[in-house]
Design a protein around this ligand. Structure first.
Ligand SMILES: Cc1cc2nc3c(=O)[nH]c(=O)nc-3n(C[C@H](O)[C@H](O)[C@H](O)COP(=O)(O)O)c2cc1C
Length: 378
């Protein structure tokens, strides 16, 4: 359990802010997450825009001195944008929806960039392991946004953990996790980190449209569909809020796509003006105008637990504090709060560390009066 608190990939915590398209996880969100000690990711454009990408990185660096990363979606042209990530030597590159072979991973490593691959199945995880990635994000079907896998996170996660156990590659759980309870559950299943999309979407720094954020705090039902963006990203399934608009149209015949539909609004995505057609895959970012309530609103199954828009740094702080409290107060029979003991009965921390099976947990809690350890009660 202690490994969850050591952080991963050199970061303070194993909490990853999922990349959020279109243009929703920009410099402000990634920097706020980085400043809180977690892994912030700017979502790069789906078209070649190297100068724009360099500008995004520059802006993020002006908001944080901490390391952060960038993310690409593999079915779209990414070569030129990737080159900038490597030139700028970002801490992390996150990739999704496709293969990222060993040569690519080695190229990133030569630039000092660590690779996180988000996958949705055991087979894909095996390929990522083979390619030598630095972390595998395993996405369950509960996840918001486009969903590559078919399986629930809980049955899938421990299988991936077992698969990579001989490699030391950290496994990061994604899908439906929004608080410390989800964090602890993932750690218990063998993950070393968690990746949250919907929770970070509903933060002050996310670039989602205010109406979209409001719906995230009000609604709790989601559905898994292929209704939106069929022409642009061929029938890629996604999880969305069950808005009244979606409910009215969810049985649209398969051959219908957004291409022949009326325009319902506009938005600027990575500096480019776009008309938003009905059933388009572009969720409303803060620049969206028109009939925002009829635009797609991606969300994971954990959305029912989200009731307020808070700063992204607070999401990280709350997750860690909640998870620690759960482990301390509910999951450990061997909890010992020395501050409550008379001073002559307190046990030196060095002795406790030695009495722990494995000793690791004792070391981690040095300097605090509360000690968690898996050994027999003293
Ligand atoms: C609005 C939104 C946009 C997303 N965009 C991306 C993306 O561009 N790239 C990516 O790898 N994942 C994307 N995802 C999926 C996340 O990486 C992650 O798997 C998911 O958010 C985890 O589930 P959760 O939303 O329940 O936390 C997106 C998710 C949401 C909600």
């Amino acid at each position: 359990m202690a490994s969850g608190w050591r952080g991963i990939l050199g970061f303070d915590y194993g909490i990853v802010q999922a990349p959020l398209g279109p243009d929703i996880s920009g410099p402000e969100l990634a920097a706020a997450v980085a400043n809180a000690g977690a892994i912030g990711l700017i979502r790069l454009p789906d078209f070649p825009a190297p100068d724009y990408v360099r500008e995004m990185i520059r802006k993020t660096r002006s908001l944080t001195s901490k390391p952060f990363g960038a993310a690409i979606v593999l079915p779209f042209p990414y070569g030129e944008n990737l080159r900038v990530v490597l030139e700028e030597k970002l801490a992390v590159l996150q990739v999704y929806w496709g293969e990222f072979p060993r040569e690519r991973v080695e190229e990133a490593h030569r630039a000092g960039v660590k690779v996180l691959h988000q996958v949705g199945s055991l087979e894909e995880a095996a390929k990522a392991k083979e390619a030598g990635v630095d972390g595998i994000i395993i996405q369950g079907r509960e996840a918001g946004g486009h969903v590559i896998g078919q399986e629930g996170l809980f049955p899938l996660l421990p299988r991936v953990v077992d698969l990579v156990s001989d490699s030391g590659i950290p496994v990061i759980a994604a899908g439906g996790i929004v608080d410390g309870r989800g964090y602890v559950a993932a750690l218990a299943l063998g993950a070393q980190g968690v990746c949250l999309g919907t929770r970070f979407l509903a933060t002050e720094e996310s670039f989602a449209h205010p109406i979209y954020k409001e719906k995230l705090t009000e609604m709790s039902c989601t559905d898994y569909t292929n209704l939106f963006g069929r022409a642009r990203w061929s029938y890629a399934p996604h999880r969305i809020l069950e808005t009244p608009f979606y409910t009215g149209w969810k049985n649209l015949p398969d051959q219908e796509t957004e291409e022949s539909q009326p325009i319902i609004g506009q938005s600027i995505i990575h500096g480019v003006h776009n008309d938003i057609h009905r059933f388009a895959g572009a969720a409303p970012n803060a620049t969206a105008t028109g009939d925002v309530s009829r635009m797609v609103m991606y969300a994971g199954q954990g959305v029912g637990l989200i009731t307020e828009i808070i700063p992204a740094g607070e999401v990280v702080q709350r997750m860690v504090a909640e998870a620690k409290a759960i482990i301390r107060e509910r999951l450990s029979d061997f909890h010992l709060d020395q501050s409550r003991l008379p001073s002559h009965t307190r046990i030196p921390l060095e002795l406790l560390a030695r009495s722990c099976r494995g000793g690791e947990q004792g070391k981690n809690t040095k300097g605090t009066s509360t000690v968690l350890f898996p050994g027999p009660p003293l």
